[in-house]
Design a protein. Structure first.
Length: 544
């Protein structure tokens, strides 16, 4: 990914200074100490510069960023955070409310959690503009639609009235970016801002941030696990591990000559092809699943007595053999997640077409008849925070499927299986009694994978399963999924915008655009000789 460099001039003013920052959670007392997760980090961010904080999931990078706005729930802070010389840790709550959004804005990692599900996305952007900019409702609406267009949200006027659940993950992320940029803040904290976006829009968003920096002197703090993005975008890099800074310096210098072994390992982590060339689908092999002329239609009100139809997916044919991985790629909003939901009979809209699973027409089944088959059809959702009950422990979450589908297991046997499964996804037994909010985004995604795979399904829909994971853990999870596929003959529907992941994992792939399949074939063949212009555009953006 190549992005024009920005001349940051001679801006030597330190906009943000962090010294010996420590962050702990929990209230000390009754023999218990608060759990410290950030251990005395220090760094400076100069005005007009771009600083990236990278590290594995759970390294403390997001917690450190949230500390700048004092957003941690039940968090205790020590040390010093100075913004233009003003102490943020000593500021009143009223002062912090004035700074949040207007001076310092944040793009959150999980847009579905950050957006109010009861209000249209347009009105939520308008609220920011009315509160901080004093705009009228009409002015705020016009500005919000303009921001939607600048962040590449298709049909911005129609999307203005949409509720968060009516948008794709990538579209929701772009709404969050528009909201953060609404008041032209001086400091933008971007926590995984391109996680849910396809490669073409990633570049567009980064170009937008570059333009804003050039025009308004925007200062950016980028929190990410995407090292190619860091290399293309950031001026300086801070590397974190286990709550401490292990290395920091100018981007080019750090990537060319990393000093610490941990930094070297992060830079060396790239998805490798996990499917052997010899593993081709035998001729005449029976299909596990087949979809014919699939579609999904939604209806929106255009007046008191009128409605308008919108087809999210149109006339799609899909086949999947046992122990195979079918990758589904396309831009955010192209219909790839909806297609997966249709195949599992989980789409919200009017589902069209026929779906066979192991020779049974499941599209014709009532829910009561379909329920026993759900064990064989599992899902790992894109947004791990909303997919996990905040009131259940990890043991309850991961063990729920076992309790339902394998009731013969004793509590001790069930717990042993849960611990084993957690170990396979990189978590240990200490996670059993903890709740989802105590984990990073990447750790929550691993919990979701454990919950899906523990019941040994035949088909797993993986909706951006590695989007929240850093590169090193991503490789581990992909290897785990591949190992489970080989061991248990699992089939995967793998939905992602990350073409490197698709190349590593999938036997075959579909390319979707505007609700239709525009190209299909064996993965390596499509990568080497794409025939559709859109496929070539995606590959060019990924390899740029």
């Amino acid at each position: 990914m190549t992005i024009p460099a920005v001349n940051s001039g001679t801006a030597d003013q330190v906009l943000l200074s962090v010294r010996d920052l420590r962050v702990a959670f929990g209230t000390p007392g009754e023999g218990k100490a608060a759990r410290e997760v950030v251990h005395g980090i220090s760094f400076d961010l100069k005005a007009g510069r771009k600083l990236a904080i990278v590290g594995e999931s759970g390294s403390g990078k997001t917690v450190s960023a949230q500390a700048l706005l004092r957003l941690g729930i039940d968090a205790q802070y020590q040390g010093s955070i100075l913004y233009q010389g003003e102490s943020l840790l000593d500021a009143s709550q009223m002062r912090m409310r004035q700074l949040r959004g207007k001076e310092i804005a944040m793009i959150f990692q999980e847009p579905m959690s950050a957006l109010n599900p009861l209000y249209s996305v347009g009105n939520q952007v308008c609220e920011v503009l009315e509160l901080h900019e004093g705009l009228t409702r009409a002015q705020a609406r016009a500005k919000a639609i303009e921001l939607f267009a600048r962040t590449q949200i298709s049909e911005p006027e129609r999307r203005f009235a949409a509720l968060p659940h009516q948008l794709s993950g990538g579209q929701r992320q772009r709404v969050m970016i528009a909201m953060a940029l609404a008041c032209s803040p001086r400091l933008l904290i971007a926590d995984e801002p391109t996680t849910a976006l396809d490669v073409t829009v990633q570049k567009q968003i980064l170009m937008l941030l570059q333009d804003l920096q050039r025009q308004a002197g925007l200062t950016v703090m980028l929190i990410t696990h995407d090292l190619p993005l860091v290399q293309a975008f950031a001026d300086e890099v801070v590397v974190m591990e286990n709550g401490v800074i292990v290395e920091q310096g100018p981007t080019r210098q750090l990537f060319d000559a990393p000093r610490q072994a941990y930094t070297q390992r992060l830079i060396a982590s790239r998805p490798q092809r996990l499917v052997p060339e010899s593993e081709r689908q035998p001729d005449g092999q029976a299909l596990l699943m087949q979809g014919r002329q699939l579609g999904c239609r939604y209806w929106s009100r255009t007046g008191l007595f009128s409605r308008k139809a919108f087809d999210a997916v149109r006339q799609a044919d899909v086949t999947l053999a046992p122990a195979r991985t079918l990758g589904i790629v396309g831009e955010s909003g192209s219909g790839k997640t909806t297609l997966g939901m249709i195949l599992l009979r989980l789409a919200r809209g009017q589902m069209l077409g026929e779906v066979d699973f192991k020779g049974v027409r499941i599209d014709a089944l009532r829910e009561a008849a379909l329920r026993p088959m759900r064990k064989h059809l599992q899902v790992v959702f894109q947004d791990p925070y909303n997919a996990l009950s905040p009131r259940q422990t990890v043991e309850q979450i991961v063990g729920e499927g076992l309790a339902l589908h394998q009731p013969q297991l004793t509590p001790a046997e069930r717990r042993a299986e849960i611990v084993r499964m957690l170990g396979e996804v990189g978590l240990d037994a200490s996670a059993l009694s903890r709740y989802p909010h105590e984990f990073s985004g990447g750790q929550r995604q691993r919990i979701c994978i454990a919950r899906a795979v523990i019941v040994r399904p035949q088909l797993v829909l993986l909706d951006e399963p590695t989007s929240a994971l850093d590169v090193s853990v991503q490789a581990q999870v992909l290897a785990l999924l591949r190992d489970l596929q080989t061991r248990y003959q699992l089939s995967y529907l793998f939905i992602t915008h990350d073409l490197a992941v698709i190349r590593a994992m999938s036997h075959d792939m579909l390319v979707m655009k505007d609700g239709q399949i525009v190209e299909r074939g064996e993965t390596l063949s499509l990568f080497e000789s794409p025939s559709h212009p859109y496929t070539r555009e995606l590959l060019a953006a990924s390899l740029a």
